[in-house]
Write a protein that binds this ligand. Structure first.
Ligand code: FPP
Length: 253
């Protein structure tokens, strides 16, 4: 398969180990637009350009998984015109970029609830996953119509069905087993979660998976989140001491 990665990140400051999985809450499109006297939709349009650049950058840095929170299960509460616009952007992104992503060896996976999506959109998401299923470079996880509590509720429902059918015993419900019912069952937990635009909250994103994630809150609005801003987040991650409830190597001596 042709791999077309023409980008080499400036790794001189990033020689330490890369996070395997980076997840991003792309926030600040509306504020970016407002500060320029533009309609909010213009912020989302610019946001797609940042998506393209971030995928390219993550791929170039050798990150294995990149999850983008592109539409939450709560985003339906926005004005219908804005919802329509974001859905249209996502559709167009997949339609126009799918072959390019395939050539770049990027695998697409979509998490979130599909049951209440229009059938055309559902088909497009499945097409993107099927087309790229054998790609072995970066896995781009698109969180679409995603909410962590909804994901957990769907997982518990499936699990309860399996218990009721006698396929699973209550004593066998371990945390590993629960993970197998989540949308992210084939995706490792995020090592680093970035939120742009200064807000410092998780907003129903990957609640289970974030148990030991490192957080980085960037003041930059998503449309302005460039190579330098991404590299800053990676650099901060590389200087964290991850202990997973244990002791750091230094403290244990
Ligand atoms: C948050 O900014 C952004 C969103 C809710 C939508 C993000 C969607 C895209 C970037 C486009 C589609 C995605 C892909 C993967 C192609 P906000 O509107 O909440 O900003 P604000 O907090 O400043 O109002």
């Amino acid at each position: 398969m042709a791999i077309n990665v023409d980008f080499k990140a400036d790794t001189k400051n990033l020689s330490a180990e890369m996070p395997r999985h980076v997840a991003i809450i792309m926030d600040g499109n509306g504020r970016w637009a407002k500060s320029r006297g533009l309609p909010r939709t213009e912020g989302h349009r610019q946001g797609v350009k940042t998506v393209r650049n971030t995928v390219r950058l993550a791929h170039g840095l050798g990150i294995e998984y990149l999850t983008l929170f592109s539409f939450s299960s709560e985003n339906w509460n926005r004005p219908a015109s804005e919802v329509e616009f974001i859905l249209g952007l996502l559709k167009r992104y997949i339609e126009t970029d799918l072959e390019d992503l395939y050539r770049q060896n990027v695998r697409i996976q979509v998490i979130g609830s599909r049951s209440d999506l229009a059938s055309g959109l559902r088909k497009l998401l499945t097409k993107a996953e099927t087309r790229t299923q054998n790609c072995s470079g970066l896995t781009l996880v698109i969180a679409f119509n995603y909410g962590a509590r909804d994901e957990l509720a769907r997982a518990v429902t499936k699990l309860a069905h399996d218990v009721a059918a006698g396929d699973l015993l209550p004593k066998d419900i371990t945390s590993d087993r629960i993970e197998g019912y989540l949308d992210t069952s084939t995706v490792p937990d995020p090592d680093l979660i970035i939120r742009t635009s200064g807000e410092q909250r998780l907003s129903n994103f990957l609640l289970w998976q974030a148990a030991y994630s490192e957080f980085f809150f960037s003041p930059v609005h998503w449309p302005d989140f460039d190579d330098k801003a991404f590299e800053q987040a990676i650099y901060a991650f590389q200087n964290r001491d991850r202990r997973y409830g244990g002791l750091s190597a230094k403290a244990a001596q």
